[in-house]
Design a protein around this ligand. Structure first.
Ligand code: FAD
Length: 307
């Protein structure tokens, strides 16, 4: 395992040479519940491809599009039935009232989940509805309360609770300090690990991790890596995530003279970013697969991870 990032790790040590011990570093994937009319064979191929890497866990998103947790729970049941991958469910405060969230946790644990990513979700127009938890820290607290009320059901085990963190700051945060304070609060309330929002420069991740460590954050901060296959995709993801477009990356993609060249440039940038954060001592790699097995395999090949 690569050494943990220390608060004193110098930024000038960020390099994209292939880390010697990459294979022993944590690896996880994010997938999206398929639509009802999705091609079953494609989904089977996605799961078989990802399972071949024996990831530490596979995280399944939840959103209004997937009927909140309905699509998530159904996909997790399929993953548990068809593969040996350990599923983790994204659970957002926007998915329901406190009582409804307790019901969802019951359902997800029945479906085989032993890990949750506690999120607030994107605020609906008009703000968070009445009876919903206001922030992800309250959800971490709720999950830990659920857990202590049902110790027997978990055979005295624990749920792994993850949270989101933001190397470039959350769009609603007043200052970068607020992001660190919130992460500390989540850790204090029982978060075991954090997965980062997209970022496009390894230095942003390393600086954020260093500031977090100095402030007392001890949980792993797992870099979320999105394969950058086109300028349009990067722009769309930035828009959805409330991030400023990364000018340098967008300019490099814009210089391509064909879609194939654009994809090649984007994948090279992504692989270089992944290698740089690993070499800087990141605790693992979390790949946003967008349910695309070929792009995921391509990226992992480029950074030296084989099935
Ligand atoms: P919070 O931690 O609540 O933070 C939101 C804002 O409120 C921040 O500015 C924060 O500083 C501030 N804040 C936090 N706590 C407090 C407090 N106690 N008092 C005052 N201010 C506070 N969304 C989905 O709907 N479904 C998904 O599956 C999903 N998956 C994601 C996976 C990852 C890895 C990431 C990074 C994001 C994901 N999101 C998902 C998006 C996420 O829901 C949004 O980024 C959302 O806007 C914020 O979520 P959060 O959990 O960080 O919220």
């Amino acid at each position: 395992m690569s050494p943990r990032l220390s608060a004193s790790a110098p930024l000038d040590q960020i390099s994209e040479d292939t880390p010697k011990e990459l294979k022993r570093t944590a690896l996880s994937f994010e997938v999206i519940p398929p639509r009802h009319d999705a091609d079953a064979a494609k989904i089977d191929r996605l799961l078989a491809t990802l399972a071949a890497y024996n990831p530490d866990y596979i995280a399944v998103t939840s959103s209004q599009r997937s009927g909140w947790l309905e699509g998530t729970a159904a996909f997790i049941e399929k993953i548990s039935r068809d593969t040996a991958m350990r599923p983790l469910a994204h659970l957002a405060c926007t998915a329901g009232t406190e009582e409804e969230l307790v019901g969802w946790i019951d359902t997800l644990v029945d479906a085989g989940v032993r890990g949750l990513l506690a999120l607030r979700g994107d605020l609906p127009e008009g703000g968070m509805p009445e009876g919903h938890l206001p922030h992800a820290d309250s959800l971490v607290r709720l999950i830990r309360r659920w857990e202590s009320d049902r110790v027997a059901r978990l055979a005295a085990g624990r749920l792994a609770v993850g949270v989101a963190c933001y190397p470039n700051g959350h769009a609603e945060s007043a200052t970068p300090d607020e992001d660190i304070d919130v992460l500390l609060a989540k850790q204090r309330l029982g978060a075991d690990f954090a997965i980062t929002q997209l970022f496009f420069d390894a230095e942003d991740y390393v600086r954020f991790a260093q500031r977090a460590r100095l402030a007392g954050v001890r949980i792993p901060l797992i870099p979320g890596i999105m394969p950058m296959t086109s300028r349009a995709r990067v722009e769309r993801m930035c828009q959805l995530s409330g991030l400023a477009g990364p000018t340098k990356v967008l300019d490099q993609l814009a210089a391509a003279t064909s879609p194939e060249e654009e994809k090649e440039i984007g994948m090279q940038i992504t692989a270089s970013l992944a290698k740089s954060v690993m070499n800087a001592g990141a605790d693992g790699l979390h790949i946003y697969t967008h349910n695309n097995p070929d792009i995921t395999t391509d990226l992992l090949n480029r950074i030296g991870v084989t099935p």
